[in-house]
Each structure stands twice: as structure tokens, then as C-alpha cells.
Design a protein around this ligand. Sequence first.
Ligand SMILES: Cc1cc2nc3c(=O)[nH]c(=O)nc-3n(C[C@H](O)[C@H](O)[C@H](O)COP(=O)(O)OP(=O)(O)OC[C@H]3O[C@@H](n4cnc5c(N)ncnc54)[C@H](O)[C@@H]3O)c2cc1C
Length: 380
Amino acid sequence: MISFEPTQKQLTMQAHFQRLALERLQPLSLHIDAAAPGSIDPDYLGIIAEENLNAFLIPEKYGGKPLDRISLALLFEELGAGCAGFAAVYAQTFHSIGALLIGGSEKQKKQFFPLLLPPAGHVAGFCVTEEKSGSNTSSFATVFSRKGKSFLLRGEKNTVINAGQARFYVVWANEKGTCNRAGISTFLIPEKTGGLSFGPYHDKPGFRAAPTATVHLEDACIPEGNMIGPAGSGYLLLMQILDWGRAISGAIAVGLARTAIEEAIRFAKQRVIWKQPIIKNQSIAFCLADLVTQLESTRALVWKACRLIDLGRDHTVASSMAKLSASELAVRATTEGLLILGQSGYRRLSLMDKIHRDALAFRIAEGTSQIQKLIISGQL
Ligand SMILES: Cc1cc2nc3c(=O)[nH]c(=O)nc-3n(C[C@H](O)[C@H](O)[C@H](O)COP(=O)(O)OP(=O)(O)OC[C@H]3O[C@@H](n4cnc5c(N)ncnc54)[C@H](O)[C@@H]3O)c2cc1C
């Protein structure tokens, strides 16, 4: 069965988060964007708690109220429409929970899931990238070694969203002396672990609402029970999480692109030049027609990938297509948006300026657009 009709329950949820995005996230995001780099805005953490967002990712038996992937795509699109940085903060928790859902033991789930549930708003950190290896995740310079019934981790992860504020970090590392996929394992590092520290917040052009920093591990000592899955299963686990995550990253970028297109349409209808609204010019009307068409087709790609995930079918390529198409659309929509808005958009801290800077990050984070093409072309 192919269906593009959200259920009444999904529509109600979507309407709720659409209001939240417009009334709270978007105005807050402009204020955060203008501020110096710092920790996650307390109002954002408040929203995570009030809306019980993490529960949507956690199975019922651990206190959650899980949503299917299509519902998550609807949710993330609305959050992305409000503030891509906020959506990215939440998405990192989604990835970290994904590691536990796929590879975690019962004991680990019981221990770590409750850390993310209210009363306070909590986040988790997802630590893969290193200075020397972003696109290549086949080996890491971060290493682990065994010490009795513990593991010691040493290395640096850079760039990490939620660094310094996460309840726990999911970290990929190679066993000392190995430098291939078979040597990679995954670890749960609680926030107060000795040897775990953080660098200063990065000053980024976009995604400023999603604070990033370097995570330092200097012989961080964790119990042996904090390894996720068997030793050597880390690479496969990472690929599975990224396959899920790219569809969701696509949903966020679709939301951002939608905001840019809606803003451009609104402006083009009310801006009068030579006695007519500028949307009456074919070059502007056709540009907007192209963008809304790409928006619809990209959203369909996101939903397709999410549906395949829900069905337990192969979704690697669909997820990469969704992420690639949405990232490129976000950049195109905001670039054209800046042109249509003219000088009024090309101002520091205008909404279009802010979301354009955010859009550029989608082509890099969670696998660059070239890497998505590598995955897609590898299946041709
Ligand atoms: C805002 C932001 C937030 C992030 N948050 C996190 C986080 O929370 N956790 C985390 O682990 N990481 C995070 N990252 C890191 C992100 O996942 C990496 O930046 C990304 O995977 C690319 O790695 P790199 O930047 O090291 O680029 P590199 O891997 O150094 O690549 C440089 C360039 O070479 C290209 N390239 C590389 N190999 C090939 C190839 N085979 N063929 C063609 N082109 C190629 C790339 O596409 C890119 O254009 C974040 C990044 C950003 C921008």
C-alpha cells in the first residue's frame, strides 16, 4: 500500500508542533543566533522537557511514548521549520538513543533511557567525528584498552553537538593497536566520568542554536558493561544509526527549506515594483514554482525512507537520497530566498540570512553531499 495521507492523529500532532515552531522556536532562534556561542539555551531545554520530546524516541517499557518514523519525520520537519539548530540538538539525542535501541542490552536501556526523561530537559551526545576523520569512519584515532573490569578511552571527538551538557555520550573508538573496521567498538560514557572534558564552544556561522565543542577523553574509565554490543561491532552499528539518521536529517532540512520558500512567497506577493507584486514576474514565479515542486518531491523521499525503516526493509539508499535532496534544497531555497528578498533579506540576523547559514551545515553534517552521492552511486 502506498499512502501519502497522514492520519488524524499525525495531523493533530503536526499542527501542535507547527504552532510551537512558529510561536516559540522561530523568535527564540533569532535571539540565540545573535548571542555569543554558549550552552544550549535554557528555554530550548525547557521545551524538550515540557513537550516530553525524548519520550517519542523511547520504547514504552522504559517510560517512553514512541512514534513511528513517518510521525517522527512530521515532527522533525516542524522543528526544522522553527529552528534547525534546535532540531539538531534533539536529533543528536535521537542518534544516541538509536545506538541503544539497535545494540544496547536490557541493562543498558534500563540504566540510560530514564536519564533522558523529564522533569528536566535532557540531551545526549553522539561522538564519531575526529579532526583527522569525518567522512572516513573505518578507523578512529580514539582508542580503548582494557583494565581489569573497565575500559580506558583516550582521544578527541570534534565536532560534537551537546558537548558538555549531555547526560551521556555514545563514543566510537578503535581497540588500541587496531586501525580497521573490525577493531571499532561503541561505548556509553556517563556525564560525570573522570577523564571526560570539553573544549570551548565553537563560533560557527550557522547552527548557532546547536552548541558544538571538542570532547576530550584522557583515560576516561568506564565499566566493561558500558560497551554497546560485542567488541568489534561498532562500525556496523554506526552505519545502521546513520542510515536512520539521514532520513531524519532530511526531514529537518525540508522544514528549513519550507520556511525559506514560505517567506519568499509572502514577500513576493506583497513587494510591489513598477505597480505590481514581484511574483507577477515570470522569473520569480517560476523560481518559486520550481522550489515548491522540489519541496514536495523531497518530502516524498523523506517519507519513503521513513516508511522503509518502519517496514524493516533496506533503506540505505532511500535515506541518503532524502538527505542529499533535502540538504541541497535547503541551500537552494535560502539562496533564492535571499535574492527574492533583496536588500531586506541580506541583513545580518534577518530570518532568511539566519536560515541560509543554517542550511549550509546540512551539506556537511552527518555525511557530506559528496558522501551521500558515493553511497547512492555505489548501488548503481
Ligand atoms: C554543524 C555541525 C555539527 C556536527 N555535529 C557532529 C556531532 O554531533 N557528532 C559528530 O560525530 N560529528 C558531528 N559533525 C561532523 C560531521 O559529521 C562531519 O563534518 C562530516 O562527516 C564531514 O567530515 P569532515 O568535516 O571531517 O570532512 P572531511 O571528511 O575532511 O571531508 C572534506 C571534504 O572532502 C570530501 N570527501 C571526502 N572523501 C571523499 C570521497 N571519497 N569522495 C568525494 N569527496 C570526498 C567531503 O565530502 C568534504 O567535502 C558536525 C558537523 C557540523 C558541520
